[in-house]
Design a binder for this molecule. Structure first.
Ligand SMILES: NC(=O)C1=CN([C@@H]2O[C@H](COP(=O)(O)OP(=O)(O)OC[C@H]3O[C@@H](n4cnc5c(N)ncnc54)[C@H](O)[C@@H]3O)[C@@H](O)[C@H]2O)C=CC1
Ligand SMILES: C[N+](C)(C)CC(=O)CC(=O)[O-]
Length: 335
């Protein structure tokens, strides 16, 4: 058994529990991602406390969890898992009072994250690890105001966190490496697939890759080179099918036939210099904004956001099953 060192609490404070012993998780910020995290943790059998300053947050959160629950039932709930184990609190302090792990999912604004992480650090029990869902801020830039920055990590999820396994975990300059290790182990115990990074990389790994693709897509829409529907079909009918099975590296190794990646690089490497990409971000002016929004409305073809969420969830579960990441049937699950 590997013993994961706990981040060092200040002298005289109780030691935090082992990742395997966590029972109570606090979710701060309960929108798309905070709500998705809450659904995931509830389905894994944790008690979840949630706090969000919006007046309608509790209603939105319970609606999101109820919508996610059928997918979570298909994935298989942990013993004792229940939506009733959610408590939405009136204050941030109440949400954190007994938390053994904190997941922050507030809006992506640097000043807000800095202040909020300092408040979370002040309110959380000593030594409790606090993770931010940020899509790209380095923890070094967010931990500046906290009294105990050592326990602050990034735990970057993918939407929806209750279905997409990956979490990217990374600390900042003032993070205790033990906190990164603890959070990584906790996420694994909680059913996530973890990439623990040993240094801060702009955009982490997956968002850096996604943003490159997204930037090129926006250039093509801005220049009238492709419609929103064509861009989506180019991935779902093309490389996206392979990427669910193998990443871009092994996929391209197969493009080299028997010669593998070496032949692929000899053959296609020179084309890397061809002017296929633009790299600089396009101006997100009104025309591009409206073209992308209208294109997505057209692509939705009358389906509501709730319809699309249900359709996406069904599809992701089918893919997880088809690629052996989930049992294909109840019988296979018990084997
Ligand atoms: N939407 C996405 O696909 C993904 C988002 N993220 C990250 O997750 C975080 C949350 O993003 P979303 O859930 O998309 O945003 P959202 O806008 O859906 O939800 C944000 C929630 O935070 C609440 N909030 C506002 N001020 C707050 C404060 N001071 N303290 C606590 N909560 C506050 C809002 O009322 C709202 O419910 C961001 O850091 C974002 O970069 C990460 C991965 C994917
Ligand atoms: C759009 N986004 C940058 C917020 C996306 C993510 O951060 C991850 C995801 O869910 O793709």
């Amino acid at each position: 058994m590997t013993v994961i060192p706990s981040p060092t609490p200040p002298p005289g404070s109780p030691a935090p529990c082992a990742p395997e012993d966590v029972r109570r998780v606090a979710c701060v910020g309960a929108g798309v991602i905070g709500g998705g995290w809450a659904a995931h943790f509830l389905a894994r059998g944790y008690d979840v406390t949630a706090w969000d300053p919006a007046p309608d947050a509790a209603v939105r959160l319970r609606r999101l969890i109820a919508a996610a629950w059928p997918a979570l039932e298909q994935l298989g709930l942990a013993d004792g898992a229940s939506q009733d184990r959610l408590t939405v609190t009136a204050t941030l302090e109440a949400a954190l009072a007994d938390a053994q792990f904190v997941q922050e999912s507030a809006p992506e604004k640097l000043d807000l994250k800095r202040d909020l992480l300092a408040r979370l650090d002040a309110a959380a029990p000593a030594g409790t690890v606090i993770a931010s869902s940020t899509s790209g801020y380095p923890m070094t830039d967010m931990q500046t105001e906290a009294a105990d920055p050592g326990r602050l990590v990034v735990g970057h999820p993918f939407n929806p966190p209750y279905l997409i396994p990956l979490v990217e975990v990374v600390g900042g300059e003032r993070t205790d490496p033990a906190a990164v290790e603890w959070a990584s182990r906790f996420y694994e115990v909680a059913g996530k697939s973890v990439i623990a990074m040993d240094r801060e990389v702009p955009g982490f790994i997956a968002n850096r890759l996604q943003e490159a693709l997204w930037r090129e897509a926006l250039h093509m829409v801005a220049n009238g080179e492709a419609t929103v529907a064509e861009i989506d079909a180019s991935i779902t009918e093309g490389p996206g099918l392979r990427w669910a099975v193998m990443g871009p590296m092994l996929t391209f190794a197969l493009a080299g036939g028997e010669g593998g990646m070496a032949h692929m690089l000899d053959h296609f490497g020179p084309s890397l210099k061809s002017p296929w990409t633009r790299l600089e971000a396009p101006e997100l002016d009104r025309a591009l904004y409206e073209a992308v929004v209208a294109g997505c409305d057209e692509a939705a073809d009358g389906r509501s956001i709730a319809d699309l969420v249900a359709e996406r969830d069904r599809g992701v579960i089918d893919i997880l099953r088809a690629t052996g990441r989930l049992p294909r049937s109840a019988e296979e699950a018990t084997r």
